[in-house]
Design a protein around this ligand. Structure first.
Ligand SMILES: Nc1ncnc2c1ncn2[C@@H]1O[C@H](COP(=O)(O)OP(=O)(O)OP(=O)(O)O)[C@@H](O)[C@H]1O
Ligand SMILES: [Mg+2]
Length: 253
């Protein structure tokens, strides 16, 4: 129901990163990243500035080529079949770019026609806006009147209309007020509950626990912790995070 593409070859996990390495000059951005994310998981990837979060997303999106290792989306290798991998992905950037003079619905209609092969009708598109958490009353208002949180919801609706089984988000709640961040997270949790697999990079430890079912701590290009979100209390997560970061920066007690 979620996706025409949901039937992965074999029983592959929707996201599989194995021994990923990426270097920029003398900077080792990824140094053997292993990460597997199961279907319907909302995974929050935490990590300090420069940890390699965006580099990871860019490899999945095919914008960067890893030096070593492999990345598979729904069993499809991003290097061997970049088009196939890309079709299975939706990316919601921090700043969703929309046409301010068009309404939320018109933006969705436009971007869907431009970027997807999935047939669209009005009911399907409105349903995507609702599932993304945009109230009906806002669908036909110009985007110029939208808050950042509302624009992000249109971005999620565009992703939903494409029926991609995997969603990537880079710092989705940065710059959102607490209520907007809470709403966005509630929508993401619902989508994960519907079987969509979500990987989000974030700095927000508090909201990571709120939205995610699993939490990873990436430091210096390697996954140092891979945790069940319910198994760590907020203070414990902060302590773990700081320990991991300090150990690698040589500033630990
Ligand atoms: N295109 C690039 N050219 C050179 N260096 C890069 C490039 N992209 C990333 N880097 C370097 O790779 C490392 C990882 O960067 P990345 O952007 O993946 O970190 P991040 O975890 O997303 O950080 P932030 O939390 O600040 O967004 C950093 O040291 C960064 O300077
Ligand atoms: Mg980043």
């Amino acid at each position: 129901m979620v996706s025409d593409l949901a039937a992965a070859p074999g029983n592959s996990a929707p996201l599989e990163l194995v021994d990923l390495h990426k270097r920029f000059g003398s900077q080792q951005a990824l140094a053997g990243l292993d990460l597997t994310i199961q279907r319907g998981t909302c995974y929050a990837l935490l990590g300090p500035n420069g940890a390699g979060k965006t580099t990871t997303l860019n490899i999945l999106l095919g914008f960067l080529t890893p030096d070593q290792g492999r990345a598979r989306i729904d069993g499809v290798d991003v290097l061997a079949d970049p088009e196939g991998a890309r079709r299975r992905l939706a990316y919601i950037p921090e700043q969703v770019q929309l046409y301010p003079r068009l309404t939320g619905f018109e933006n969705l209609e436009y971007f869907h026609a431009l970027g997807s092969t999935v047939a669209a009708d009005t009911d399907m598109l409105r349903d995507c806006l609702r599932r993304a958490g945009l109230a009906d009353a806002a669908h036909d208002r110009r985007v110029a009147t939208y808050s950042k949180g509302m624009r992000q919801k249109v971005g999620i609706a565009i992703a939903l209309a494409r029926r991609a089984p995997v969603m990537l988000l880079d710092e989705p709640t940065s710059g959102l007020d607490p209520q907007a961040a809470w709403e966005l997270n509630a929508s993401l949790r619902d989508l994960a509950g519907q079987g969509i697999t979500i990987l989000m990079a974030t700095h927000d430890l508090f909201r990571a626990r709120e939205v995610a079912s699993r939490i990873g701590i990436l430091v210096a290009g390697r996954l140092r912790q891979d945790l069940d979100a319910d198994s760590v209390a907020g203070a414990e997560l902060e302590t773990l995070y700081l320990e991991e970061v300090r150990q690698l920066q040589g500033t630990g007690p």
